[in-house]
Design a binder for this molecule. Structure first.
Ligand SMILES: *Cc1c(COP(=O)(O)O)cnc(C)c1O
Length: 466
């Protein structure tokens, strides 16, 4: 399998290089040159497979040039055995033909564990083979940082530096990052906001001379193709559990950077019958505005009760735009260069095609809280605010009540106790047993000024072989 850039100018790469690269050299994102396609008979034959075995069937075509089958199987067995539910991604029924898929049974209680637990193992495998070392540098507003640290803590060939905005992440989120012990784990609290952190990461990827040529940076955010790949699997899992592929399914996906729902779009292209994909956003709703009015325009960032979806632009949307433009990299490059300066639209027939592929809805904080309260009162089931947005959008956009509607449950409610309190419920979400002592664990992090040279100096001094 070869991977090509959405902006058409960077060289095509194999899986190993795509794994170790962030952005393509032309500023684009890597996508597979072609997708594997599975027949209905083949998908049907996967019924009843354990999650890790299904993951092997779905993902192997993407990695087969780089990893022997037995090694990949072993890696997947290890990856999904750390989840705290035998089904890995269990389904919970909300109403007749309406479901939540719980993707928060991993070590850090958000769906990002599905990809980052695998990414850590993939990196170590490839780096061991190549006798190479990388420094992971990432910025987080919450969930990505802890999942990346948890996924890479045992990697021998990786040092990981995660930047978070000092005093601007929730205490649960901070402790999930800073209480993980390991010589290769470094938490940096930057005296600035999330955008400052992200800017420093971007600048460092652009010029890595501060590392003195002795190692290189690798990316853990969802521009990394391997993360999208791992998220395709659970769409197949949910469908097979509810009678697919002999009936089609609808999915509603709480969306920020468009990574998770893009994986659903790929599952459909790979042969899984999916009749509806709902983009559910909070009031940072650039995607909903585009889907409703063909205008792609950045607005000011708003802070909401669903912080993991607080974004101004969705980086993975570029991967969809590439397909909408018939995979014409030059057209995508032109469009996104214009989009950086002001509002843009695409040709009407392309936009109409996008509307056939996706429905969308934007859900504000009040409707989020109402949904948390309603579902608790109806079912005694607690939703986290991100999942609540998905459930609300699913109900608003549903087209056919005979088709199972599955909302992706992206986080555990105990990660976001403030939203639960704000919804007026007196019940307090409990952390699962394996994290019950989170507030007693020792924390380790370094506070640095909002200065890229200070951050780069810290990294240059503290990676393993520095
Ligand atoms: C990251 C995240 C999202 C958004 O996912 P994208 O792939 O960026 O669209 C939604 N909910 C939670 C809890 C998250 O951590």
């Amino acid at each position: 399998m070869r991977y090509i850039s959405t902006r058409g100018e960077a060289p095509a790469l194999g899986f190993e290089d795509v794994l170790l690269t962030g952005l393509a050299t032309d500023g684009g994102l890597y996508v597979p040159e072609s997708l594997p396609h599975f027949s209905v008979e083949e998908i049907r034959s996967w019924r009843g497979l354990p999650y890790a075995e299904l993951a092997y069937k779905v993902m192997y075509p993407f990695v087969e040039d780089a990893i022997p089958a037995d090694d990949f199987r072993k890696m997947l067995g290890e990856t999904y055995s750390v989840f705290s539910h035998q089904a890995v991604a269990p389904l919970v029924q909300l109403d007749t033909n309406e479901w939540v898929m719980e993707l928060f049974r991993g070590p850090t209680l958000a769906f990002k564990d599905f990809a980052l637990q695998l990414l850590g193992r993939l990196l170590d495998y490839v780096l061991e083979k190549r006798k190479q070392h990388v420094v992971i540098m990432g910025a987080t507003s919450g969930d990505t940082g802890s999942a990346a640290i948890e996924g890479c803590r045992r990697c021998e060939h990786v040092d990981i530096f995660i930047l978070h905005p000092h005093q601007r992440v929730s205490e649960v989120q901070r402790r999930q990052m800073t209480t993980v012990q390991g010589d290769n784990i470094h938490n940096i609290a930057v005296k600035g906001n999330f955008d400052d952190c992200q800017r420093m990461v971007k600048e460092s990827f652009g010029n890595q001379s501060f590392l003195g040529g002795k190692t290189q940076l690798a990316a853990v955010n969802s521009i990394n193709w391997a993360r999208i790949m791992a998220q395709i699997v659970y769409y197949f899992q949910a469908s097979l559990a509810l009678g697919g592929p002999d009936r089609s399914m609808a999915f509603s996906v709480p969306t920020g950077n468009f990574g998770d729902i893009f994986a659903g779009y790929l599952a459909k292209k790979m042969g899984l019958p999916i009749s509806q994909l709902v983009i559910a956003t909070n009031c940072n709703d650039i995607l909903h505005r585009f889907m409703s009015g063909n205008k792609y325009e950045q607005h000011q960032l708003e802070h909401t009760l669903s912080p993991s979806m607080d974004i101004m632009v969705s980086s993975n949307f570029e991967r969809l735009l590439f397909d909408l433009h018939g995979r014409d990299g030059a057209a995508v490059k032109d469009l996104l260069e214009r989009a950086a300066k002001g509002p843009v639209s695409i040709e009407d027939y392309r936009w109409k095609h996008a509307r056939k592929l996706f429905d969308s809805d934007a859900v504000d904080d009040k409707a989020t809280c109402d949904t948390i309260r309603d579902i608790y009162e109806q079912n005694e089931y607690l939703l986290d605010p991100h999942t609540a947005i998905g459930v609300r959008a699913a109900r608003n956009c549903r087209r056919d009540s005979a088709v199972p509607m599955i909302t992706l449950g992206t986080a555990h409610p105990a990660k976001f106790p403030d939203a639960i309190a704000e919804s007026g419920l007196v019940v307090k979400p409990q952390l699962p047993a394996h994290m019950a002592d989170l507030f007693e664990r020792e924390e380790r992090y370094t506070v640095l000024d909002n200065s890229v040279s200070e951050v780069q100096g810290f990294i240059a001094k503290h990676w393993k072989n520095a």
